[in-house]
Design a protein around this ligand. Structure first.
Ligand code: NAX
Length: 322
């Protein structure tokens, strides 16, 4: 399988590449050709990481290539992990951030359209992740929109960990959590359908704890990590990317997870918006979990996050990126 990682010289890349090469992404019997796309500023770091990848002597790693050319990077790619993006500088307007990332994710979409394998799966990690995904997909008209996904699995995993800790249960006992909306502070971690060992979480923890502690804790966890570590989440983000692709390829069974996917209009989310939903992976495709009852508390929070996604879409439309 041909796996391409953009922003490979960055801190998420440094955690991600070794997990991919060791077989965590595609299983222990799938050999991998790895291609690392960087810009000149990140190239040396990526090349240094290649030396370490060689020193691991991973049996599954057949080749590693570093390039600054998106067309070369995405030629024949089966799995594309779009991590590299322009970070938000202090005082930078949101529209400026969307514009500079449009200049990255537009050309990435064009290059994917030109050369990706027919079965390509794209996971966007670089922020603002939902709208970057929308832009990349718009520049790749020959690739079905359902092949472009945005990572909200880290938020999902954070939510599972918080519930497991609160209830003193194993993480595997939890199911039915959903991250709705944007991967931003407006996201809505929804535990109203979650169960712990089959018992409804909302009855076990109470709505006050969910509203006052759980939701803000999960939504602001990225900030908490920066405060504690002096740098943004990296290994946990890489781990979530591995989980997302692994589940996409291998299926989730009856359990569900969260991912940013192109809306089909479900739950009142405008069609085509890249929004985080409850999803199952079935036969290699993400399916939005249908027919969940949405209470008034949840409706208001989903609508607020979707409104932010609509604003972002309008901003990139105004910039001529869609
Ligand atoms: P770093 O700044 O450490 O690394 C980014 C790398 O991308 C750099 O090496 C840079 O040279 C490279 N890059 C920039 N423009 C590029 C381009 N056009 N083509 C290829 N490479 C390019 O950031 P890191 O901590 O690794 O985070 C990467 C992205 O993930 C950021 O946008 C970050 O906000 C986002 N995150 C997303 C998360 C999610 O849950 N979706 C969580 C973690 C993280 O915050």
């Amino acid at each position: 399988m041909n796996v391409t990682v953009t922003g490979a010289g960055g801190q998420i890349g440094y955690s991600l590449l070794f997990r991919i090469a060791s077989g965590d992404l595609l299983g222990p019997s799938t050999p991998i050709n790895l291609t690392l796309l960087e810009i000149p500023a990140g190239r040396a770091a990526a090349e240094g990481t290649v030396l370490e990848l060689q020193d691991c002597a991973f049996p599954l790693l057949w080749s590693v290539t570093v390039t600054e050319d998106p067309v070369r990077a995405f030629d024949g790619v089966n799995i594309a992990l779009l991590v590299g993006s322009r970070p938000r500088a202090v005082g930078m307007e949101r529209v400026a951030l969307l514009e500079s990332n449009g200049r990255i994710f537009g050309p990435a979409g064009t290059a994917l359209n030109a050369g990706a394998a027919a079965d390509v799966r794209v996971l966007v990690v670089g922020n603002p992740v939902n709208t970057n995904t929308l832009v990349a997909s718009a520049f790749a008209p020959d690739i079905p929109a359902d092949r472009f996904t945005a990572m909200t699995r880290l938020d999902h995993n954070r939510g599972i960990a918080q519930l497991a800790s609160k209830l003193d249960v194993h993480v595997a006992a939890l199911d039915g959590l959903t991250i709705w909306g944007n991967h931003s502070a407006s996201q809505y971690p929804d535990a109203f359908h979650a169960t712990a060992g089959g018992r409804p979480v909302s009855e076990l923890v109470g709505q006050d704890w969910l509203a006052e502690e759980f939701i803000p804790r999960v939504a602001n966890r990225g900030y908490e990590i920066i405060q504690a570590r002096g740098a943004s989440s990296a290994a946990s983000a890489a781990s979530a990317a591995i989980d997302h692709i692994y589940d996409w390829v291998n299926g989730t069974g009856e359990r569900w997870t969260s991912a940013g996917v192109s809306s089909d209009g479900s739950y009142g989310v405008p069609e085509g918006l890249v929004c985080s939903f409850p999803v199952r992976a079935v036969d290699g495709r993400w399916q939005i979990v249908p027919d969940l009852a949405i209470n008034a508390f949840s409706r208001a929070r989903i609508d607020a996050s979707v409104a932010e996604l609509i604003e972002e879409r309008e901003a990139v439309q105004a910039l001529g990126l869609l």
